[in-house]
Unconditional design. Structure first.
Length: 312
């Protein structure tokens, strides 16, 4: 188990290093002059070549690729993202403000998705092939087919425009989070519902359950001790992919609903070619994603000790 855990940590470190290198490479080779984009975002006025050259020197854009990359990676190892190329302020305070907006949105979307998916899956598996089962599958398939941006617009049209029940744009009151969180949650529920349903049905078909029932074990104990752990394995596995959906969907949802947050922070940084801010968001989200998947891999091995047994 210890050897397996070390292997997982090493793989996570490789993923983080590759993410940092790829992100820096894409920004470095992006079309256009980054110094001019930064100068325009910083001064918002007519620019001279001297100003652009000064910005290029201050941002370290006049150095070579590897020199600039090593200079950037060094502080990154201590999560020091430096100063914004546009505002000159430290990246961390602005990044923490954005995280403060995105955290309740992501948690709310995840909570809605888990609640809906477990409810639909449990109802569907009570009578496989029945009306409720087909309804749950249809809802899940429809949710998977509708992109987040289209679903968000439909929710705005229904609840904000026609019914006028909820606000559509901004983040001033708690009610502003309902529609964005619902948009994220429905996407999560769409994919998780099918996985949970399949896991429960597969667990119920295990041949050893017949012997357990003949011993007089109650259905409640069977569900808790045998069906639930078996059905949890694919759910735990897919949960990491759902985190990726949340990180991707948050960016889109924040733009659609006009919310400040990590997505808006990233979009504005890309438009201004603010290298430190863009890299901070990408590296931080990669760190979160890798950490959660590492935890999921460990939980996966706890649920089923046979996994990774060769390396134990």
């Amino acid at each position: 188990m210890i050897t397996s855990l070390i292997g997982l940590i090493l793989r996570a470190a490789v993923v983080l290093a590759g993410t940092a290198l790829i992100t820096f490479t894409l920004l470095w080779n992006a079309p256009g002059d980054p110094a001019q984009a930064i100068a325009m975002a910083r001064f918002d006025a007519l620019l001279t070549q001297d100003i652009i050259n000064q910005v290029r020197e201050e941002a370290g854009l006049d150095a070579g690729f590897w020199t600039a990359f090593i200079t950037w990676v060094g502080p990154l190892l201590t999560l020091d993202f430096g100063q914004s190329s546009v505002t000159g302020r430290d990246v961390w305070p602005d990044l923490l403000t954005a995280i403060g907006y995105v955290t309740p949105l992501a948690v709310g979307g995840l909570a809605i998705g888990l609640a809906l998916s477990f409810s639909l899956a449990i109802v569907a598996t009570r009578r496989p092939g029945g009306l409720l089962d087909r309804f749950a599958i249809a809802v899940a398939s429809l949710g998977t087919a509708i992109p987040a941006y289209w679903l968000g617009l439909l929710l705005i049209l229904l609840f904000a425009v026609h019914l006028a029940w909820l606000p559509a744009m901004g983040a001033r009151t708690p009610s502003h989070i309902i529609l964005p969180a619902l948009t994220l949650g429905l996407g999560v529920a769409a994919s998780l519902t099918r996985i949970i349903r399949s896991g429960i049905l597969e667990a119920r078909d295990q041949p050893f359950l017949s012997a357990i029932r003949r011993r007089g074990v109650s259905p409640k104990d069977i569900s808790r001790d045998h069906i639930a752990p078996h059905a949890a394995i694919p759910v735990v596995t897919v949960f990491g992919l759902e985190l990726a959906f949340l990180l991707e969907g948050v960016v889109m949802v924040e733009v659609i609903f006009g919310r400040p947050g990590l997505g808006t922070f990233l979009v504005n940084a890309i438009e201004a070619r603010d290298f430190p801010q863009v890299q901070a968001v990408v590296v931080l989200t990669a760190l979160i994603f890798v950490t959660v998947n590492l935890i999921i891999d460990v939980i996966y091995r706890i649920i089923d000790p046979r996994i990774g047994g060769r390396n134990a």
